[in-house]
Each structure stands twice: as C-alpha cells, then as structure tokens.
Write a protein of this length. Structure first.
Length: 334
C-alpha cells in the first residue's frame, strides 16, 4: 500500500517553493484557509501566491493522506485495476494527482481542472521538473462548465470539492463526473456529518445510474447507519517541521478524518466487510462494528477461538476484512 506521507519528489518541490517564505505569514493565512475548507467554503479565500503556499503547507499533507487511504482501499478490492488516464476535478495544487500517481504506476496522462489561478500556478510549478507527473494538462475553469470540454478518463478523482457548490448543483455535477468516468470514480470529502451526507447523496444518485460501490461499502444497498452516526475514517500522517510551524502544533503527527466512495462501472468480484470503528479489545473477546453485505453487524470474536482472535486483533478502523467464523454469536448494532 502507498504511504500516506507526501512523496520525496513532492516534498522537494514544495521546499524549493518555500525558500524564503515567511512561516509567520503562512500561519496567519493558513488558519482561516483551513477552516474555510473544512466548512465547505472551498478555494475562494485563496487569492495570491502566498495564500496558495499557505494552503499547501496547512492542507496538502492531510488531503494527500486521505486521498491515498481511499485509493489504497480501492486497490485492495480491485488489485487488477491499472488506469492509464486520470481526471482530477477541483485539483487545487494537484494533491490528488500526486496521490494517484503514487498509487497507480500505470498512469500516463493527467488532466487537472480548477478555477483558482494561484492554486493552478502552484500545481504547475510543483510538477515542472517532476519525473512521475510528465504529461500534465491543467484546465482552468469551474467544474460543471469545464467538465464538458475535457476527455473521459479511466480514473476520475474529486477530493474536498463537492462542498464548494450548492446542493442543487451537486446532483448535476455527480452526473457529469460519472459521464467522464470510463472505469472508476473516487470522491473524498471531510469526515464530518455534512461531508458524509454529500458522499451518500452522490452514492445514491450514481447507483441509480448504474454505478457499483467498490469501497468502502460491501454492497450497493442503502447505507445502514442511522443519525447521529455517520460513516467516516481516519488516516494518520507525519508532520514536517514547517507543517507544525504553520499549524501551530507540537505533535509530530496529525489524524485526518475523511469520508469517501469509490464507484465502478462493473461490480467488483468480491466485497469484504468494512470495519467502521476501532475494534474494542478485551481479555474475553474483540468487538468490532462491521458493515457487511447483510447490513450492520456487531461482531464478537472470543479469545478461545485463537485463530480468529489473532486475526481480529489485526483489524483496524477502515480495514476490509473477512468476518471470523468461530464466535458464540453476533449482534446487530443498535
């Protein structure tokens, strides 16, 4: 699986751009920019090169980690998937394109789309001398109007951008993105109830159009979770010195919460259960909340079932797993 941390080539490109850049100025701008993104406000507050660099320092590592985790989940279900073309919608500084390039060595052509000029320029600067991202075409424009003009791609990714448009526009955008998807569409949003709601709405809309869920859901049915619960995951990433300075943080790591869905043209051959929360481990049993093809299940694996217990101890939040068979029973999650 691909590491959630920024690749060395991207780190070097960022470091080159940050030479002589004021960390204090970046910290002042990044706080408001990061909050705006988490609230679904989008890139409207990014109006200059300083803003774009502040965003890259504050949000690029976490966005990269979330997209990478989502692509890793897709690869686990579809190990044979080898896309050659990528369409990155709402690309910003190109974060999802870098993540996809690391996840799929088969990718050769990259089309990026975003309306924000400073982020577009930063993205082009970062890939200028890249060995991996060579064939890059960056289209400037709003997603809905510009999507019509670009070619379809094997893999389409939209990360942290659906919340930038109105609910009325989201359904139309979902249909357009699916039209441009030859094989697989991956959508990533913040791991908030609102982000989850956007994912679920898009999921339902595109399943009705013939899409199939590859991850995280092990089925194409209605999500079994009931409010106030919501489906989201977390990815830990390491913070660089500059990242800690800009975030005003002391911890050497950050946990990014995100929601995602990977939709495919053809149904996956197999879809294992998904761990929806960190399992609780006791001396008696391991209790895990699982989304299965049959619905939501509270799985209990007793310690005396040694092989199953050992397997369940390795389960982590977000994992695709095969349910253990040797246990005294299972209960439906209330």
């Amino acid at each position: 699986m691909t590491s959630p941390d920024l690749p060395a080539e991207l780190k070097a490109a960022l470091d080159a751009r940050l030479s002589g850049f004021s960390r204090n100025e970046a910290a002042a701008r990044s706080a408001s920019i990061s909050k705006n993104y988490r609230d679904g406000g989008g890139s409207g507050t990014i109006r200059s090169e300083t803003d774009a660099l502040a965003y890259a320092l504050a949000r690029m590592p976490a966005t990269y980690a979330a997209v990478t985790a989502s692509l890793n989940a897709l690869r686990e279900i579809r190990a044979d998937f080898a896309p050659t073309t990528l369409l990155d919608i709402g690309a910003g500084p190109g974060t999802a394109s870098w993540a996809a390039a690391e996840a799929f060595s088969s990718l050769q052509g990259f089309t990026l789309l975003d309306a924000n000029a400073p982020l577009r320029q930063l993205a082009l600067d970062l890939v200028h001398d890249s060995f991996r991202l060579r064939d890059v075409n960056y289209e400037r424009g709003e997603a809905r109007s510009s999507l019509i003009k670009v070619d379809a791609a094997d893999l389409v990714v939209a990360s942290y951008m659906i919340g930038e448009i109105s609910a009325a526009e989201q359904s139309a955008l979902a249909a357009l993105m699916w039209q441009k998807t030859r094989d697989t569409l991956v959508v990533v949003e913040p791991g908030t109830p609102a982000g989850y709601a956007r994912i679920i709405a898009l999921r339902e809309r595109l399943i009705a159009d013939g899409a199939h869920v590859a991850a995280p859901c092990p089925h194409d049915g209605t999500c079994p979770l009931v409010a106030p619960d919501w489906c989201h995951f977390t990815q830990r990433l390491q913070r660089s010195r500059a990242h800690k300075q800009v975030k005003g943080a002391e911890l050497p790591f950050e946990d990014e919460k995100f929601a995602y869905v990977a939709l495919t043209r053809e149904p996956p051959a197999a879809r294992p259960a998904r761990v929806l929360a960190q399992p609780a481990v006791s001396k008696v049993e391991i209790t895990a909340k699982l989304c299965t093809s049959a619905g939501l299940v509270l799985s209990r694996t007793p310690r005396r079932a040694r092989a199953d217990y050992a397997a369940a101890r390795r389960w982590r939040w977000g994992d695709a797993v095969v349910e253990c068979t040797s246990r005294p029973g299972e209960g439906r999650d209330p």
